[in-house]
Design a protein around this ligand. Structure first.
Ligand SMILES: [Zn+2]
Length: 366
């Protein structure tokens, strides 16, 4: 029986709804559309990284198909059984490099043990389901031939032909599905493909939506996703907080997980506060210095005796105050060091002092 994949990409919230191995008839598709699994782009990226790491696993699967072909008339191979079997057998293979991280200079730490089950890996499931269907079709030449005698006589030749087809299928599809370029705007997509996919519109009383139907190897899904990745300049990045891989633009350092987002916000605020404190300290010292000279002028009665000169001082004071404030803001906003503000403060202090002393000399208050 022919099966298909039903999916919908939600670009706004960066998720994919997907149902795989769905029988290609309207009743099954209707049920599948209402029972899709939801994955974030980041989860899909991590599954893809794990899939690309799984060459040995894929080779073992291929060998299972090839040896099954040589038993009797060719025994059926079930993709679900294989996926479940491999999940149990090869738990350790499910941890790819990207699941490890160096945290606080400690050696590699396993970050997350849950999503390693290849039964849950949409790419592996897709490839296995498609391979199983190809195998099922091809082996009818042995299990239900038109001419039993002829099939028996040519058994090894038929087996060799099927083996070659299945091997080619695995080689070309593992490479095509596993192309890193779908998830990385820095890499060129080599494949050129004209793909046809059907759109499925479903409605009930409250909702309606559009899904796409594609082959089990997820061809259109990958191209559609790749287009979003390249259009938005996304590439795989490592979260600075949980250490997991995620899809982000160049300057993004944090994945979309709520706990990481909260930690990132907290960190930014702490840095901002720390910086602000340092800048404010320089500013306070400067302000105190200016107030002291203002006090000297007032003590000498300059503000009442020589209002024009006192005005001159006040203006000089205001101009510099505004400059100090705008520099402070610029440095904080850009996360720049305090040095420049400190230097400006020192320069202005000398100027204020010279102006105040000049006025006092002119007004004879020394
Ligand atoms: Zn994170």
């Amino acid at each position: 029986m022919k099966t298909v994949t039903i999916y919908r990409i939600n670009e706004t919230d960066r998720t994919i709804d997907i149902a795989q191995s769905v029988n290609d008839d309207s009743e099954s598709i209707k049920a599948a559309v209402l029972n899709t699994k939801n994955f974030t782009f980041d989860e899909i990226l991590r599954q893809h990284l794990a899939f690309r790491d799984s060459g040995t696993l894929i080779e073992n699967c291929l060998n299972r198909f090839l040896s099954a072909l040589h038993i009797g008339r060719g025994v059926p191979v079930n993709a679900d059984d294989m996926l479940a079997g491999f999940t149990a057998e090869n738990e350790s293979w499910f941890c790819s490099q990207s699941d490890f991280a160096v945290i606080n200079d400690r050696p590699l730490v396993l970050l997350d043990k849950t999503p390693r089950s290849y039964g849950e890996n949409i790419f592996l499931r897709g490839l296995m389901t498609a391979a199983q269907e190809l195998y099922g079709e091809e082996r009818t030449a042995l299990s239900a031939p038109n001419d039993v005698l002829l099939a028996t006589l040519n058994k090894s030749r038929i087996q060799a032909e099927i083996s070659a087809k299945i091997t080619t299928f695995f080689d070309s599809n593992f490479g095509a599905i596993g192309d890193a370029a779908y998830f990385d705007c820095g890499q060129k997509i080599n494949a050129f493909a004209v793909l046809l996919s059907e759109t499925i519109i479903f409605c009930d009383d409250y909702t309606f939506g559009a899904f796409h139907k594609c082959g089990n190897c997820l061809e259109t899904l990958l191209f559609e996703l790749g287009q979003i990745v390249h259009r938005n300049a996304l590439s795989p990045r490592k979260c600075g907080f949980c250490g997991k891989m995620f899809l982000g633009i160049e300057e993004e350092v944090c994945c979309r997980q709520a706990s990481c987002q909260a930690a990132h916000k907290e960190q930014k605020e702490a840095i901002y506060k720390e910086h602000t404190e340092e800048y404010s300290q320089i500013k306070r010292t400067y302000d105190a210095f200016v107030r002291r000279y203002d006090g000297y002028l007032k003590a000498a009665g300059i503000n009442t005796r020589c209002p024009a000169e006192y005005d001159e001082f006040c203006q000089a004071k205001e101009v510099r105050k505004a400059e100090m404030n705008s520099l402070k803001k610029r440095l904080i906003r850009n996360g720049l060091p305090t040095d420049e503000l400190y230097e400006m403060g020192e320069k202005f202090k000398a100027e204020i002092r010279a102006i105040a002393e000049g006025i006092m000399e002119r007004c004879g208050a020394k």
